[in-house]
Design a protein. Structure first.
Length: 111
């Protein structure tokens, strides 16, 4: 069946991703990297496809989240947007939808 390139929308299932962070220290002997902690972000196939359709349509059907620079940074902003604009809960380290705001994010409160 020819669908003209259309495919059904991806389910909106959030995946919690934790990555190690590091910094570079410049020394006379050369650059050294050292660990600085961790960063958590949330991604989904639906968000991946939306980003890819806008920025690099040829990779929109990939499922390995590769070849798009800055996708993890976009996901960080996406997690905050979901928290602020919806009542959706984010997955914790055990996969339970229990987190109101992304880990490491402190919402600003009006005075």
């Amino acid at each position: 069946m020819n669908t003209g390139g259309w495919s059904p929308p991806a389910l909106h299932v959030l995946e919690r991703q934790e990555v190690a962070t590091e910094a570079i220290r410049r020394t006379p002997a050369g650059d050294e990297t050292y660990p600085t902690g961790r960063h958590v972000y949330y991604r989904s196939q639906a968000f991946w496809r939306a980003c890819a359709k806008v920025n690099l349509p040829a990779i929109a059907t990939r499922t390995d989240y590769s070849r798009m620079n800055g996708f993890d940074s976009r996901c960080s902003a996406y997690g905050v947007a979901l928290a602020v604009l919806s009542e959706m809960r984010l997955p914790d380290a055990e996969g339970k939808l229990s987190i109101e705001y992304p880990e490491g994010y402190t919402p600003r409160r009006g005075s």
